[in-house]
Design a binder for this molecule. Sequence first.
Ligand code: FES
Length: 93
Amino acid sequence: MSEKVDIHVCVFGKRCAKRGSRENLETLKRCVNELGVQDLVVIHEEDCLSLCRSGPNVFVKPAYVRYEHVCPEQCKGIVETHVKVPKGKAQSD
Ligand code: FES
């Protein structure tokens, strides 16, 4: 069994929100669905993670990796980096 991956997205913090964190959140959700890994991932909508200067921020556990200045184009790669995508699903270009 694969370990669940928790993806924490700062969406309620003002600075990240101003810089597009909501778009990142929606893109992450869409990528999880497209890759068919809904059972392996939990996406958490977070308040400020106290890392505002580097926002929009995404934090992934259990790897404890923080992504800074995230844009929607990075989101699929973040999911694929941390989640074992079932065979037959598209990988990043
Ligand atoms: S506003 Fe996102 S980390 Fe503070």
